[in-house]
Design a protein around this ligand. Structure first.
Ligand SMILES: [Zn+2]
Length: 277
């Protein structure tokens, strides 16, 4: 398990499941001859993707950012997504010495199944919130879309991932930009999904930024390398340009959820990785 420190904030990556997706869908308009050199596909044109949530330990709170694939995938879904490694988040948490009850906040950049899958767990055939005392921090706009999906998003917002969440009383819908606790700031971006948000971490003069699925891996640095899964690709291009520049100017660490090659890195202005964990 990798670890990064941003001032007083400790960031751990937890194993939330590894799967494969069609490489072409992950690189949208980019010809395979270009992306395959930087991201070698396996057989069948698939590429390996991690779904590794981040545990943030700050002086004020413990947070989980993204929740992994969860333990509710059916055998058919495991086949479709070529599941390579199961969701091991509870095991990794306990190895760090933290119980799910200690988590104060769960932040989802958006509610697609690969980010929200671990919000609710199956325990002896019952569905239960994985982090029972946490507040679930989601953009209001994203939640509205979860409740009323369109023809496309109905395939990525799985209702089983949200069972009991509203009833728990712990759902914390935010509308726009929000400072969750000192040094942890959420920003509504849209782009990938209408209600997509990003996370800024600032502590003792150090900065990290989690761009969620605006920048799923470091290979996607080129603003034009968008995914077929991006609902508003022109917005994603603009957002990537804006936030990559903002992050690089601050010397920020960029955190990754899907990247199988590295957990976090710093870029220079050309997009070269100059430091990584
Ligand atoms: Zn994703």
């Amino acid at each position: 398990m990798s670890l990064l420190r941003i001032g007083e904030v400790e960031i751990h990556w937890l194993r939330g499941g590894v799967f494969e997706l069609d490489g072409g869908t992950m690189f949208g308009p980019v010809p395979k001859v270009l992306w395959e050199k930087r991201y070698p596909p396996s057989t069948d044109n698939n590429i390996l993707l991690f779904n590794h949530p981040m545990l943030l330990i700050t002086p004020q709170a413990k947070l989980i950012i993204e929740t992994g694939l969860g333990n509710k995938l059916t055998d058919k879904q495991k086949r479709i997504y070529n599941l390579k490694e199961e969701w091991l988040l509870p095991e990794d948490l306990s190895r760090i010495g933290i119980s799910p009850e200690e988590i104060d906040y769960v932040v989802l950049t958006h509610c697609d199944f690969d980010h929200a899958g671990g919000l609710v767990s199956k325990i002896q055939n019952n569905l239960k919130p994985t982090f029972p005392k946490a507040r679930y921090v989601i953009q209001k706009r994203e939640w509205e879309d979860v409740k009323n999906p369109n023809k496309r998003s109905v395939h990525s917002f799985w209702s089983i991932n949200f069972e009991g969440i509203e009833e728990s009383g712990n759902l914390m819908l935010i509308d726009g930009d929000h400072e969750l606790i000192p040094g942890i700031r959420l920003q509504l971006t849209g782009g990938h999904n209408r209600g997509h948000q990003i996370v800024w971490i600032e502590s003792n003069g150090q900065t990290a930024i989690h761009l969620g699925d605006l920048l799923p891996t470091h290979v996607h640095f080129n603003p034009l390398w968008v995914m077929a899964y991006d609902n508003y690709p022109l917005e994603v291009i603009e957002l990537k340009e804006k936030y990559e520049k903002a992050g690089i100017e601050r010397g920020a660490w960029f955190l990754f959820y899907h990247d199988p090659f590295l957990r976090a890195c710093r870029f220079n202005e050309k997009g070269d990785v100059v430091e990584k964990v």
